[in-house]
Write a protein that binds this ligand. Structure first.
Ligand code: NDP
Ligand SMILES: Nc1nc(O)c(N)c(N[C@@H]2O[C@H](COP(=O)(O)O)[C@@H](O)[C@H]2O)n1
Length: 211
């Protein structure tokens, strides 16, 4: 499976503010670039942190791009995704990646709300195992939109093939504000990337890396 992480950060590396509300860091051109990556993907994944704060639809907003809209995926160990979340709306498949710790009652409620529940891992979602399962559902190109906890784990599990990041021109600040890769952080054996391209877009730059 090809895993492409795409996100937007402020000039000081934040995904959003300490209040963890959604902030438009991207301008129109970068949101259009994000749509193109969505259209190329079989599925788009976010962590449950992003679902709980942003309630994203992961819709293809511009129907002229791509043919099939991508499926949606949430990494959600305990099944905390609300059953009325936008990510469950509509006909496209939504895969809820949960762990064995997700209460049976939550799993059933999410299935009733239209999700396909995939169990991988004991306490937290085992991402390599869950992604293997997604391939059996036809997902060979997966886009990751965030947030920082999920992206860190994907680097730690060596699952990332490609990273594109839009660096906008605002400063957000805040020691508790999410960054591109949060989690426990690396203290040695830092993943290193190969810079493939740099381009100007809106009032910022897009950095493209191969992992
Ligand atoms: N600017 C941008 O491009 C973007 C910004 N954002 C912003 O990011 C913030 C949310 O990010 P964040 O709080 O980091 O949350 P995430 O979206 O990364 O979700 C993290 C949660 O995912 C669950 N999870 C399940 N399995 C794993 C695993 N193996 N590794 C890591 N997490 C796992 C965990 O909850 P549990 O243990 O309960 O399963 C964890 O707390 C919001 O403020 C949002 O606005 C988000 C996307 C893009
Ligand atoms: N690429 C990008 N740029 C920004 O400035 C952002 N704030 C985000 N956020 C993420 O975009 C997704 C929104 O989803 P919907 O289109 O509303 O369904 C969601 O994943 C946000 O966290 N991304």
């Amino acid at each position: 499976m090809h895993v492409h992480v795409n996100a937007a950060v402020s000039a000081d590396g934040k995904l959003s503010s300490r209040q963890r509300e959604q902030i438009a860091i991207s301008g129109d051109e970068d949101f259009a670039r994000m749509e193109t990556i969505r259209a190329e993907a079989d599925a788009v994944v976010v962590g449950v942190g992003t679902v709980l704060t942003d309630d994203p639809s992961l819709e293809r907003h511009d129907e002229s791009i791509g043919s099939e809209p991508p499926a949606r995926v949430v990494a959600d160990s305990r099944g905390r995704t609300p059953t009325d979340a936008d990510i469950l709306a509509g006909d496209r498949p939504t895969y809820l990646l949960v762990s064995a710790a997700a209460p049976e009652q939550r799993r059933r409620a999410l299935e009733r709300a239209g999700a396909t529940v995939v169990v991988a891992g004991e306490d937290r979602v085992d991402l390599p195992e869950a992604f293997d399962e997604l391939t059996t559902h036809g997902v060979s190109h997966l886009m990751v939109e965030g947030g920082g906890e999920l992206i860190f784990s994907l680097f730690a599990d060596e699952l990332v093939d490609e990273l594109t990041v839009y660096v906008g021109s605002m400063i957000i600040g805040g020691r508790g504000a999410p960054t591109l890769a949060d989690g426990d952080g690396f203290v040695d054996e830092f993943p290193t990337l190969k810079l493939r391209d740099v381009s100007r877009l809106d009032d910022g730059v897009v950095l493209a890396y191969d992992a």
